[in-house]
Write a protein that binds this ligand. Structure first.
Ligand SMILES: NC(=O)c1ccc[n+]([C@@H]2O[C@H](COP(=O)([O-])OP(=O)(O)OC[C@H]3O[C@@H](n4cnc5c(N)ncnc54)[C@H](O)[C@@H]3O)[C@@H](O)[C@H]2O)c1
Length: 330
């Protein structure tokens, strides 16, 4: 039951590798460690009490990927996480994102086809919806003009998969937060955090002086932006549900993976403060370019067809996020 996991040493990938092992699969990680740390592999090994096989290779390097497919026989499927993920950097360096995010998928698909590996799960994102007209967003909500080159790469990759002969499931993630409760694996991104919960953790740890809430005049419950935050362990489990579904069904599909509920920035700050019993230093600042008012998922399709639903509370996610911050800086 071998499953190749590209980007399996990263944030979502490492949590998914743990869940694959727990479900009896044999994950094989391909990662070039461009945006993570080998400590995630050590963490996976500790949590699972296994020695996970990993190849330090770049997925845009066709010869390197070819050699993995030559060595590893009887591969059931592949989960493709390997990509760059900074929206802000993608605006400055679009070519870097097109080359890595689209290029790696093209190389992977080539070798899957050459080796009769027919099942692929792709890490897509709610960014494909741009700024939606109607909430919650369903899988049928139209793609709007992407807000960034990063979002464009996700739209393009979904399009490539639609036209490919392989069976595929694209999972459109909403906003992953938290970490494994052991504190042994997590997000080692080299980018300066741009997402709310990692920024909150930096303020809590004193790494950052203050949290600026970007705008309190949006058309939302309290004027701050609203997002759908999902615990990364729940998100990781959705990949197992998608894999089981893909192995049984002969089709392509796409699912929103979120909790179905929106939480505002100000509400999120309050949940973090009460879950971790601390006060955060924050103030209201100007809006940030490119932020949309509100987005959250319609998750009916994923619940009914993949039989998956998010279970972990936002309070637990905040405790796990803080625990990771403390472990990461040790
Ligand atoms: N974290 C989020 O908020 C979020 C939201 C929606 C979608 N996604 C998507 O989910 C996937 C995983 O995201 P993440 O948060 O775990 O990011 P991450 O940066 O922690 O993980 C990506 C991993 O891929 C590796 N990688 C990148 N390019 C590679 C290449 N060419 N060859 C081999 N390895 C390569 C990196 O070293 C890293 O370990 C990405 O495709 C991302 O776009 C993430």
């Amino acid at each position: 039951m071998k499953i190749i996991v590209t980007g399996g040493a990263g944030y979502i990938g490492s949590h998914t590798v743990v869940e694959l092992v727990a479900s009896g699969y044999e994950p094989i990680v391909l990662d070039n460690f461009s945006n993570t740390d080998v400590r995630n592999i050590n963490g996976i090994n500790k949590i699972t009490a296994k020695n996970i096989k990993f190849y330090n290779i770049d997925c845009t390097d066709s010869n390197a990927v070819k050699s993995v497919f030559e060595k590893e026989k009887d591969i059931l499927g592949l989960i493709h996480f390997a990509a760059f993920k900074s929206v802000e950097e993608s605006v400055r360096l679009p070519e870097k994102y097109f080359k890595n995010n689209i290029g790696s998928l093209e190389v992977i698909l080539d070798h899957m086809q050459n080796n009769n590996v027919n099942n692929i799960i792709f890490s897509s994102s709610c960014t494909v919806y741009g700024s939606p007209e109607k909430l919650p967003v369903t899988e049928n909500s139209p793609f709007k003009r992407a807000e960034s080159p990063y979002g464009e790469t996700k739209q393009k990759c979904e399009d490539i998969l639609n036209r490919s002969s392989l069976k595929s499931v694209s999972l459109r993630y909403f906003n992953p937060i938290g970490s494994h409760s052991s504190g042994l694996i997590g997000d080692f991104s080299s980018d300066k955090p741009a997402n709310l919960v990692p920024i909150i953790c930096e303020v809590a740890s004193g790494k950052r002086e203050k949290l600026i809430v970007n705008g309190n005049d949006y058309n939302t419950v309290d004027g701050s932006c609203v997002r759908d935050y999902i615990h990364v362990v729940d998100l990781a489990k959705s990949h197992i549900a998608a894999l089981n579904y893909l192995l049984k069904n002969k089709k392509k599909d796409v699912f929103n993976v979120g909790t179905g509920k929106g939480l505002s920035v100000l509400e999120t700050i309050k949940v973090f403060e009460s879950a971790n019993n601390m006060k955060l230093n924050y103030s209201i600042g100007p809006r940030r370019d490119g932020d949309i008012d509100e987005i959250y998922s319609d998750n009916q399709k994923v619940i009914s067809e993949l039989k998956w639903q998010a279970k972990i509370s936002t309070e637990s996610a905040m405790i796990d996020a803080w625990n990771w911050e403390l472990n990461k800086i040790k």
